[in-house]
Design a protein around this ligand. Structure first.
Ligand code: 3Y8
Ligand code: NAP
Length: 251
């Protein structure tokens, strides 16, 4: 039976997987949530928008006759990943996560590891700093609890509502970024602290390299915990899994 994959995307790894599948002539659909105005073109056909929870995802898997699900979402997209696990279990569908290992502090790094966004906010208590808050848009409201800081923000789209922080400078840019570019940004804005999600991968790591160059401290937010699941960290492992994974449904 013909394989037909659903890739839950939104990451550099999902893009690379899409390219490999298109090259191998394997039928796949890349799915995005629709978080940004102009998502980058992907090498596979794509769909944009939520499925409507587990129920909606299960219906989609059946209607689209998906034979394998690859969860290549960002490590902080925990709700999507949880829904995918439940839906695949319920539909007896082969399911694999393509994710990236967490970053580890290197010699010369000055990291304060915190468990989640509220803990990162608490870590910012104290006198005014100049903070590069490179965690996107969705979690900004939590940092309104620490209005004393100047915040350098990097957003994919221009903000369409007033920002919840009184002192900001907004950069509108999408990654991947470069260490030289991020170092110049930090120097230009006299940044003395960086706040980052532990995304892993290469697309967002430039700021950590820049922080190391400038000997700046980093508040590093651990990724949300997820149930135990089958995980790989590179496209080749996904392709190998496809060759050996369960027989597609219907045979
Ligand atoms: C919509 C789809 C590709 C994928 C590229 C990766 C790398 C560049 C670095 C900083 C950190 C941040 C953010 C980031 C990076 C890649 C990857 C990655 C971080 C796009 C994209 C979508 C999104 C959604 C967006 C979030 C936001 C997070 C910006 C496309 C460009 C901060 C995560 O305004 C919003 O609502 C933005 C929302 C989720 C986190 C947040 O909470 O705000 N990504 N980013 C996806 C969808 O609709 O399903 O246009 O390409 C994808 C990429 N962003 O194809 O090469 O693989 O991680 N994305 C973080 O790591 O902290 C920027 O600024 O240093
Ligand atoms: P999330 O909080 O885990 O998911 C919330 C809801 O958004 C899901 O239940 C689902 O809606 C929908 N959704 C999420 N990802 C989807 C996808 N790929 N395709 C279809 N629907 C999706 O998700 P998030 O953290 O907002 O991330 C959204 C997207 O941005 C994902 O593609 C992720 O890979 C990408 N991204 C996120 C981050 C980050 O920091 N969170 C960083 C880089 C890229 P329904 O319940 O209606 O199905």
């Amino acid at each position: 039976m013909q394989r037909r994959l659903l890739i839950l995307g939104g990451t550099t790894e999902a893009r690379a997987l899409g390219q490999a599948l298109a090259k191998a002539g394997i039928d796949g659909i890349l799915s995005l949530a629709g978080r940004v105005e102009r998502p980058l073109r992907q090498p596979l056909p794509q769909r944009v928008g939520g499925f409507g929870g587990v129920t909606g995802l299960r219906a989609y898997l059946r209607t689209e006759r998906i034979t394998h699900l690859i969860d290549a979402t960002h490590p902080f997209a925990a709700q999507m990943s949880r829904n995918a696990l439940v839906a695949c279990e319920a539909e007896s569908l082969p399911c694999l996560a393509l994710t990236r290992a967490p970053w580890q502090a290197q010699p010369g790094d000055d990291w304060q590891n915190v468990t989640d966004i509220p803990a990162a906010v608490a870590a910012l208590a104290g006198s005014a700093r100049r903070v590069m808050l490179a965690i996107g848009r969705q979690n900004l409201p939590a940092f309104a609890a620490q209005p004393q800081h100047f915040y350098l923000l990097r957003l994919v789209d221009p903000p369409d509502t007033p920002l919840p922080l009184p002192q900001t400078h907004v950069i509108v840019d999408r990654g991947p970024f470069t260490p030289e570019g991020d170092r110049a940004l930090m120097q230009e804005h006299r940044i003395d602290l960086i706040v980052s999600k532990n995304a892993g991968g290469s697309g967002a790591s430039a700021k950590l390299t820049a922080a190391r160059m400038l000997k700046l401290p980093v508040v590093m937010i651990d990724r949300p915990s997820l149930p135990a699941r089958a995980e790989v960290h590179d496209v080749a492992a996904v392709m190998a899994w496809l060759d050996h994974s369960g027989t597609p449904r219907g045979v």
